[in-house]
Design a protein around this ligand. Structure first.
Ligand SMILES: C[S@@+](CC[C@H](N)C(=O)[O-])C[C@H]1O[C@@H](n2cnc3c(N)ncnc32)[C@H](O)[C@@H]1O
Length: 252
């Protein structure tokens, strides 16, 4: 998969995409991330990329012309069809389902705004969709682009060392992930649910599923309301809730 990012800070995108799982995905040739700076496509002596808004008021707006020229160069760099996404607080909220959809595409071009954002006519002409990473305002789209690149990059086949780990992550099946424990030289196995030390794989899978259901019930009932539970899941959740209501220490 190829991701091009139109940004005034291509170094930030390059550096963040060189780390961890995404960096490894690039090394493995599963993903390539490229930065494009609209300033390189500005035509005036000052390499201006912004100007004051029509109608007055505070802030500056990113100029359409350098953005258009920069986007055209990014598009032309590869023949694969690209989905053009503007990271914007006004966009559709990013979810894991959306991340899965984007991860299956051959190519994305991400547009990062600065100042008050992009000229609206450029958005109307060039942008396929707008995506927000949450209901708060960042000073630029780069962090949001890095979030998209990370979430999409880790889903490229072969990016994760354990492919199964993405499947059990939060939101994949509409639920939150179960809690995880590992070896501790200081605490030994104290505080670790005994079932995880039992070696009984069926019991461990059942416990994990129950924790996943229970955590979602406790922390994100809105998610639980959207999934249809089978009989076995309902029984697990009912047992979790009963133990939870019985008080601390009684939980599964
Ligand atoms: C200061 S913001 C502009 C906010 C804009 N005036 C508004 O209120 O909708 C500058 C840029 O940061 C990015 N940005 C800010 N918040 C974001 C969010 N929640 N999700 C994605 N991008 C965001 C966008 O690219 C935006 O153009």
């Amino acid at each position: 998969m190829r991701i091009d990012v139109v940004t005034l800070f291509p170094d930030f995108i390059r550096d963040s995409a060189a780390l961890g799982v995404v960096g490894r995905a690039q090394e493995r040739g599963l993903l390539s991330v490229h930065g494009w700076n609209p300033r390189d496509y500005a035509t005036d002596n000052y390499r201006r990329v912004d100007d004051r808004p029509f109608g007055g008021g505070p802030g500056m707006v990113m100029l359409a012309e350098p953005l258009s020229a920069c986007l055209a160069a990014a598009r032309a760099a590869d023949p694969a069809p690209a989905r053009v996404i503007y990271l914007s607080p006004q966009g559709e909220r990013l979810t894991q389902a959306k991340v899965r959809e984007l991860a299956a595409r051959p190519r994305l071009i991400l547009l990062c705004g600065r100042y008050e954002g992009l000229d609206e006519r450029f958005i109307a002409r060039e942008v396929d969709e707008e995506l927000s990473i949450g209901d708060y305002v960042l000073s630029g789209g780069e962090l949001a682009a890095a979030v998209v690149i990370d979430a999409v990059g880790r889903l490229q086949e072969g990016a994760l060392n354990h492919a199964d780990s993405a499947v059990q992550d939060s939101f994949e099946d509409g639920l939150l992930d179960c809690p995880h424990f590992t070896r501790s030289d200081l605490a030994g196995t104290e505080g670790v649910p005994p079932v995880l030390l039992s070696g009984d794989h069926a019991a461990i899978a059942r416990w994990r599923r129950q924790q996943s259901l229970g955590r979602t019930w406790l922390r994100r009932p809105d998610l639980l309301a959207r999934v249809t539970l089978g009989k076995a899941d309902r029984a697990l959740l009912e047992a979790f809730i009963a133990q939870w209501r019985a008080g601390p220490g009684a939980g599964p």
